[in-house]
Design a binder for this molecule. Structure first.
Ligand SMILES: Cc1cc2nc3c(=O)[nH]c(=O)nc-3n(C[C@H](O)[C@H](O)[C@H](O)COP(=O)(O)OP(=O)(O)OC[C@H]3O[C@@H](n4cnc5c(N)ncnc54)[C@H](O)[C@@H]3O)c2cc1C
Length: 489
């Protein structure tokens, strides 16, 4: 059990090495320094931030990776504020999203929990589900209870209650937006825990969803008087500027950050750890009292193979989805009439090439303001089990995106600039049983004194969940470091 550390109280000599300079590793370093440790961050690539990446297109700053932070939980906005980005936090300017399905662009029906409807009238009016699909949904009222056991795939459970159409046209694209995964594999317990709890408590899934919504509404009513908090936040300049700001704070607090420094091996020593580096200009190994391992699973598996082989085996079994983002800038005059709202999702069942398109100039005020004559959007291609199109070259990915955009929203213009960003192994998958696997990894790794793991594969892929896992890892490590001697009176 970790305790919060907000002030120094550790022996100043204790050295913690953080492996991985994504948001998880940087957040862990920030927390460790706040707790009084001496910290070195080692990042394999030449760039900090991992899946957070600020870039630009046609002179407009944009995110080329993650672009939005859940603000309903506190960790990401708290970290942004702590490193001086509080003034730059910006909610999306529109939350109006659509689904491109059954041959038309249709409004995303309101009143759902991860695509599972609570309001059947709104769903019917949206046209997302066929009349036969709507009829199947109403069977939920009379069907016997569907047991969920210790865990169940979201798709399997929802299809059993409401039929496959809801899964294929609503749940799948929404879950895909988070995991780039397959709803029929993804763990309900891990990915949508409130639905899992509802499924255990209620016979009817629709009633369960209505219960979740009633509780949310009651919370909102209790908080009335305060302005409703935005569900998501971006950062002026891009969420991709967060890692740089955290890194600046880490350096300002005395931490060391080395990029272009892959860690090759981790060895226990008599009183700590030897961290063996692959090349680089500095020493070939560093000694540490403790280590935070904040890399994706393949690297974590390699690094733990010698000292925690059982954890390494579990880590090797974690699968990842790859995807590509196609970011394009258009002359606003050529496109703006066709593009309203924040964009649209595309259910894989419709057989299109793109999985989603985000109209970033509509979604983020800071992007629209950067060049009012340009309109920037992005599409995504590829998800778990559907990665063949990623073998195409960049020009092909642009063309197939334009073809789909033409059909979906009538976009006929050519972009003035385009950029393809490939995220190979971008998102860890959370299949049924993932939480048990994570527990086994933590149990095995935790047997080694002074070692903790954190990152996207453990407690959720979203930025706040990554930061939360980093905080927990850092706090646990701080608990193991020797206390500083009490200052003399
Ligand atoms: C395309 C895309 C869009 C996304 N959009 C969103 C979004 O809008 N909102 C959201 O909340 N989340 C989003 N996510 C998820 C989120 O961005 C990631 O889950 C999160 O950033 C992962 O952070 P991390 O630090 O755990 O891992 P990573 O970002 O993967 O960082 C791990 C780091 O470890 C380094 N490393 C690996 N091996 C070694 C080694 N041997 N030695 C040293 N360093 C090593 C890597 O180079 C990397 O920099 C998105 C993800 C992707 C791929």
């Amino acid at each position: 059990m970790s305790t919060a550390h907000t002030s120094t109280g550790r022996a100043p000599g204790s050295h913690v090495v953080v492996i991985g300079g994504g948001i998880s590793g940087l957040a862990a370093a920030h927390r460790l320094l706040g707790g009084g440790a001496r910290v070195t961050v080692l990042e394999a690539s030449g760039r900090l931030g991992g899946k957070l990446r600020a870039g630009g297109i046609a002179g407009v700053p944009v995110d080329l990776g993650a672009e939005s932070m859940l603000a309903r939980r506190p960790e990401a906005v708290e970290l942004a504020r702590a490193v001086g980005l509080g003034d730059r936090l910006q909610p999306p300017t529109t939350a109006t999203a659509a689904l491109w399905t059954r041959g038309a662009l249709r409004p995303m029906p309101k009143g759902h929990v991860m695509g599972v409807p609570g309001d059947l009238d709104l769903l019917a009016a949206s046209g997302v589900v066929s009349p036969e699909g709507m009829a199947r949904i109403s069977e939920d009222e009379t069907l016997e209870r569907t047991e969920v056991g210790a865990d169940v795939a979201v798709g399997a459970y929802v299809a059993a209650r409401l039929g496959r159409e809801v899964v294929d046209r609503l749940v799948e694209p929404l879950l895909g937006g988070v995991y780039a995964g397959d709803a029929y594999r993804i763990s309900m317990r891990a990915a949508v825990p409130q639905l899992f709890e509802a499924a255990r408590a209620e016979r009817s899934l629709i009633e369960g969803v209505r219960g979740i919504q009633a509780r949310t509404a009651a919370r909102a009513a209790a908080e009335s008087g305060q302005a409703p908090a935005p569900v998501f936040m971006g950062i002026d300049g891009g969420v991709g500027t967060l890692p740089g700001a955290v890194a600046d704070a880490v350096r300002a607090a005395g931490g060391t950050i080395r990029t272009g420094t892959p860690v090759r091996e981790l060895r226990r020593t008599a009183d700590g750890w030897r961290v063996v580096l692959d090349g680089g200009d500095g020493p070939a190994a560093l000694d540490a009292d403790a280590v935070v391992l904040a890399t994706p699973a393949p690297a974590a598996a390699r690094l733990l193979a010698a000292e925690a082989p059982a954890a390494a085996t579990e880590l090797s079994a974690v699968e990842y989805a790859s995807m590509a983002l196609v970011t394009m800038a258009f002359r606003r005059a050529d496109v703006a009439a066709a593009l309203s709202g924040s964009g649209f999702l595309v259910p894989p069942v419709d057989g299109r090439k793109i999985k989603a398109s985000t109209f970033v100039s509509n979604k983020w005020g800071w992007i629209a303001d950067a060049d009012p004559d340009l309109f920037v959007l992005r599409t995504s291609v590829g998800r778990y089990g559907d990665e063949a199109d990623l073998a195409r070259d960049d020009a092909d990915l642009v063309e197939l995106s334009l073809r789909d955009l033409g059909e979906a929203v009538g976009l006929a213009a050519r972009p003035v600039a385009q950029q393809v960003t490939r995220w190979d192994g971008g998102l860890p998958q959370y299949p049924v049983g993932h939480l048990d696997r994570v527990a086994r990894i933590r149990a095995e790794a935790g047997k080694l004194p002074g070692l903790r793991v954190c990152g996207a594969l453990y407690d959720g892929v979203g930025i706040p969940a990554c930061i939360a896992s980093a905080r927990t890892a850092a706090d646990d490590i701080l608990d193991t470091l020797p206390q500083a001697a009490a200052p003399a009176e």
